[in-house]
Design a protein around this ligand. Sequence first.
Ligand code: BEZ
Length: 338
Amino acid sequence: MKYIRDIGRYLIDPRMALVLAILTVAPPANAREFRLGLITPPGHVWTRSAESFGAALEKASGGRHSVTVYPAQQLGNEAQILQQLQTGAVDMAFLTAAEISNRLPEFGAFYAPYLVNDIVGAADLLRSTIAHSLLEELPKKIGVFGVSYGMGGMRQILMREQAAAVDDLRGRKIRITPFAPIRDFYQLLGAAPTPMPLASVYDALANGQVDAIDMDLELIVKLRYYELSETVLLSNHMMFPMVGLISARVWSRLDAADQVMIRDLMRSELDELIDSYVAEERSFEASLRESGTRIIEIDKSFFGSTIEQWDDMWIGRAPVLGELRELGSVLGREESEK
Ligand code: BEZ
């Protein structure tokens, strides 16, 4: 008995053991493991940017915060990711502005055909005060905090068969990202827009489920869609904004210093992403040309009155369109750079 009593002196009181365990194992009370969802595949520029943001946050917070990135629709499609942001089940996301426009038609104005002259114009427009004022509506209207914009490349039309005139689009099944502004554009052209997530595009093109796809140069080259095509209409007909989002619920629970740190790091990451699209657009085009794919350069005259018709449809739904058109018309590469 004496032996047992003596040993007992050296054993730690179980309550003290619990306190010690909490102090040594548990992370600081305000440490967070954030979940960031997006639909682009691993290796895509958006996915790499999300990972780089996570690494920057971990470093800046001294390891207190971390970000797990879920690419390739692991958390669902964009509509499902947005729902999870609203409940706080997902903390952050990089989503196409297309998905936001499905909830807030005002964002549809970004997809006005030929809103900007080129990718430089797209970058400048997304950095404008008007564009950023639209983000201010997001917490109140859809329960997400809009940090800033990123983007994808300008949109092009890749056809399985030869095409040279706008009539060649009539009746054609053209894959689109699922959102209304792009659907309306192709409907006005007499085509059959076919909404389809990114992940299904290659097979649909390969097996002839669609005759054409609406896509950017980066993916046309990197995912080798050009191998399934006889013509690329190099149209640059639309810009493709992305939005960095944080669940408003999650945001409201962060302390002020963390809010600033997270917002600034995500902003600067998205800004770099925009710069990288501007810098690389021409090399994507050069790679496509090297592949020998038939490229036809077209501009807004190819689409005739469709652009005005599109504006007539959307000005009521997205009144900011007027202001954006005015701004977009003066942005872009200098004549000397063209
Ligand atoms: C698309 O739907 O075409 C798309 C979505 C996200 C990034 C790039 C392209």
